[in-house]
Design a protein around this ligand. Sequence first.
Ligand SMILES: [Zn+2]
Length: 480
Amino acid sequence: MRRFTVYDSLTREVRSFAPIAPPRVGMFVCGLTPYAEAHVGHGRFAVVFDVVARALRHWGYRVFYVQNITNLDDKLIARAAEIEEDPLALADRYAQSWRRLMTRLEVSSVNYYPYATDYVPEILAQVRVLIDRGYAYVAEDGSVYYSVARFPEYGKLSGQRVEALRPGARVEVDERKRAPEDFVIWKAATPGEPSWESPWGPGRPGWHIEDTAMTGRLLGPRYDLHGAGLDLIFPHHDSEIALAEAASGEAPFVNYWMHNGLLTMGGEKMSKSIGNVSSLEDAIDRYGPMVLRFYYLNAHYRSPLEFDPPRTLDEAKEAYARLALPADRIAEALDRRAEDAAGADLPDTLADAAEALEETLDATLANDFNSREVIALLFGWTRRMTEDLPRLDAYSSDALEELAGPYRWAEEVLGLFVRRPEGRGGAWANLVPVLLEARARARARGDFAEADRIRDELRGRGIRLEDDASGTRWEFTGPE
Ligand SMILES: [Zn+2]
């Protein structure tokens, strides 16, 4: 297992990582509240933590990665009422669309996407323990609240004081609470909303306790790594700590807290409630998953990332095309070549450089997941490879494999350079080989008008053809 460091939001320092029970690593990331289509901001946390899990596995850890789905909350219920759909059905619909987008984005590392409402028994058990231990109380209407004053360390993650949970002077204080900072962990049922039976009457889970009940069951009372966007530190994660440590009597609840910076549009957090959103699906349709992953990873995960369409993704598309060109050419040269066809070996210096680079890539990523610097190193390799492109066909398969090494590393760990049809132009790309054959036949019989028509049709779909001595190659460049 490779040693690595990670910035821990709780201790506010870069710490060397040590799992509770190596080589196993329990990892939890706050996922979606699926009441609308996912936006480009959601893609960031998904890709950032996908790379964390991929890297850990590459380094020999056995990661169990859980990303929850908050399939019931106030916003979701309000949205469902608006469009007259059952809230749980609405959530299920958008959760499934999220899973499809994750497949398209090559986010392949998540082991389990549990729904909050599948953990109601665990939630009720935790509510019961918190009441028994004196950390929670039942209000008149059957709601249960967490008593923040009972947990003096409340706010240790964010550094916020409990006063920040108190409503401003103009806001009416909720009479059911003993103190304004107390938060609901079991919400008494409102007629017409989904509810479950409980010892305190019918109701539904509060938000924060969904995570701690779920992780208690799936990862144990203490686990290794909790990730999410920066905006969830307060009050969500501070509340999770208060719930879990009070319920289990064990601390620390989580050993490493990782938070990614926010994606902003016009300097403000991209958020459905603000209204400055851009659809993730549209972005994948237009640019392909590789360009999006490149865009997210070409920034340090803790930095804010501005999204300014279409400039940002246009730039990312151009830069990624430059970065990936030799990777594609090497892969194509390998495709053309019989397994043990004769060819030149790599010069020693180049072979050594490829091997040394892979080690440097690992070491760089192991320094608090600095994917931006990793990509800079890959650009260095691409510059070197670009000079070598004319010689590719002279090399042996082994030599080509060595040249491909750094790109293969990045494919496994960063999920870049993936050569699936989706990565190169969506479902349409599946038709490309068929159309290329039709075009070749048209040319063979002298029907150049038909050949050009096929070429133009493909170009309209963002697929550009290039004819040379070795045949026709194609590249997904995006719609023009
Ligand atoms: Zn959460």
